[in-house]
Design a protein around this ligand. Structure first.
Ligand SMILES: [Zn+2]
Length: 336
């Protein structure tokens, strides 16, 4: 692939620039995080993304999947003219979420690449999964990628975040991975996962490989929340990308959380020293109000302002760090 679908059409690899590969522009996590897990205020998001742009950022990969897009748009956005709910037939992202995100890309001058797919068990409409075959789910994902996210005229650019959340993968989640795998094989796009806390990225990869997906087209997400370097190395041994994307835990309430920063730098240095510098990705996963810089969180610039200088001071080659935040996401998105 020479281009990737952005909200405003195909983006050339050369235009991607500094890219955050796992973020959320608008998101609704209130089913699990009712007090904090809702980003839907236009002016807040616009100023946070403006800081990213000012820091040299160019592209946001927005992995708000179907479930996370439900009512994830500014209140009264578009005078309520759009459907704010996740698509009840296809499971696709809500039109309001997609179109508000597209408008935000235009307002900030950033590229935004949208994911499509399904979140974890707690968020899944089990009746929809019961009456929709795995191949049908795959077909809906393919349509989001090659035709449009229904009602938006906008195409998704990758699959994600495709999720399981606990030490096991539930039957519906397994079907979600199989459907995403089939859509990946049909389209060739990148498939990005949510695998926090437990070493389940390996089980996710097993399902994807059973379906014939090349691990080189897979990003195992949230690997920095699994407190084991061996896990990262095991994921990398398959050929998949490992993603340290929960940098939002590194600053809270205006204060740096040093153990979280130091552990990530230790892991990053180890995987780079082991020769995997081309297969690691970094991001913040801003998904709650408290993650915003204006509320003392990491925002979209912690990586550049705090993490990179510390990583270089710890002995990681600055050129490798530059490659990690620009070349690696480009190669992953385009399959180079
Ligand atoms: Zn996630």
């Amino acid at each position: 692939m020479r281009t990737v679908n952005g909200v405003n059409g195909p983006i050339d690899g050369g235009d991607l620039g500094v890219t955050l590969p796992h973020e959320h522009v608008f998101i609704n996590m209130t089913p699990t995080t009712p007090a904090d897990g809702y980003l839907n205020v236009w002016s807040d998001v616009e100023s946070e993304l403006g800081l990213f742009r000012a820091a040299g950022g160019r592209t946001i990969v927005d992995l708000t999947n179907g479930e996370l897009s439900d009512h994830a748009a500014p209140v009264f956005w578009g005078d309520g003219a759009y459907d704010f709910a996740q698509n009840r037939v296809t499971g696709s992202r809500s039109p309001a979420n997609v179109l508000a995100t597209k408008a935000m890309a235009e307002a900030t001058g950033l590229n935004v690449v949208l994911g499509t797919g399904h979140y974890y068990q707690h968020y899944l409409d089990t009746e929809w999964w019961d009456r929709t075959s795995t191949n049908q789910v795959a077909d809906f994902l393919i349509r989001d990628l090659v035709d449009e996210i229904p009602g938006t005229g906008v195409k998704a650019g990758l699959l994600g975040e495709i999720a399981s959340d606990l030490p096991w993968i539930t039957p519906a989640e397994e079907r979600s991975f199989r459907a995403a795998a089939r859509a990946q094989r049909e389209t060739g796009v990148l498939l990005s996962t949510h695998a926090p806390t437990f070493p389940t990225g390996l089980a996710q990869l097993e399902i994807l490989r059973e379906e014939g997906v090349d691990p080189e087209r897979v990003v195992v997400g949230h690997a920095d929340t699994v407190k084991s370097l061996d896990y990262s190395l095991a994921v990398l041994a398959t050929g998949a990308y490992v993603q340290y994307d929960c940098m939002m835990t590194c600053r809270a309430g205006g204060a740096l959380v040093l153990p979280e920063i130091e552990r990530r730098i230790d892991y990053l240095k180890a995987v780079v020293d082991a020769g995997h510098g081309r297969k690691v990705l970094l991001s913040h996963d801003v998904c709650q109000r408290s993650h915003m810089a204006s509320r003392g969180g990491a925002g979209f610039t912690f990586l550049f302002e705090e993490f990179l200088p510390r990583a270089v001071a710890a002995g990681i080659d600055p050129e490798v760090m530059t490659q990690i935040v620009s070349e690696n996401p480009r190669r992953a998105l385009l399959g180079e």
